[in-house]
Write a protein that binds this ligand. Sequence first.
Ligand SMILES: *Cc1c(COP(=O)(O)O)cnc(C)c1O
Length: 388
Amino acid sequence: MSRGVGTKCIHLEEEEGKVNNYGAISFPIYQTATYAHPGVGCSTGYDYSRLQNPTREQLEKVVAALENGIDALAFSSGMAAVAMLMELFRPGDHIIADADLYGGSIRLFKNVSEKNGISFKSIDCHKEDVEKYINENTKAIYIETPTNPMMNVTDIEAVSKIAKKHDILLIVDNTFLSPYFQNPLDLGADIVVHSGTKFLGGHNDTLAGFLVTDREDISEKLRFLIKTTGSGLAPLDSWLILRGIKTLAVRMEKAQQNAIEIAHWLKTQKAVTKVIYPGLEEHPGYEIMKKQARGFGSMLTFRLESKEFALAILKNVRMIKYAESLGGVETLITYPTTQTHADVPKEIRERNGITEETLRLSVGIEDVKDLIDEFGKVFAEAEKETKN
Ligand SMILES: *Cc1c(COP(=O)(O)O)cnc(C)c1O
């Protein structure tokens, strides 16, 4: 029987009893650029750290195990991973991408990939008929579920059937749930993307990105690309993410528990017009989430009665920080309009529902009573300020 996800975060099964790092419980940081060869034509298995480094390799094995992939590649950031992924395609190729994606991915597609001759069709994968948009040049479908920031939920298995039928790739950015709650490869995806900066690292202190696959041919192409372009994660940063992952299970559980309580508290506030959290039964994706994920995560989006109220919240938070990013132990609140999604054209933003009254919350692992206590004060202050 395969081990639980919590155990896989801490122990790499295949390595047990085989590695001898002087018994070190924490995997060493191999801070080296190059490796001496024992003789001509011989190698220790490592030649140069752009190709591979033992610390990065250890991290990659852990992430591959967590996503049930055959290979995982660690990059210097989530965007470095997505940029590398785009190198699998050539001019003339067409990709169907969800309309509501992380703003940086949309910026990359629009400003870099399109310039390189790749075209994109942006659709609402959670409610449109994806198959209708496939043409003879379509090579991939790119989704997030739940999406950033609108928390739209797409049925991964249903989309994967369409992708398989047309022999195109299904790529899923799994950053929002992490492998603790969802494994897209098991549901038919070909490649999983992660911003390791978020839940995997978990401490808002390191940038990292991952591509994970269960296909030999894709792994081979990506290995060639990482070695050729040099976008692999550095040894120290690999170690920080390895350490972060050890507590992934407890962090995800605690953050989710906090998020559920905060979602219910927000619903009681008269200044809040909408709470979008896939763990609420009224969320349109609730049933699909129950089917394809093991939890609902700790990201939620909510809308206020006015832009002024939203801005007053951002101005008055203290312990809760007004910052971009997500998935760390600290609770962060984000204004997608001017932060994560500022470079997304206004009409697309508004079409997706990212209005100026919308805030995104990444719930951390503080004591939930302190979070709700702070929100209570901040809402009271915002109420006073906007009534004047
Ligand atoms: C943050 C994020 C990225 C980009 O990752 P970086 O590590 O910031 O480069 C990609 N996708 C999603 C869903 C993200 O939240």
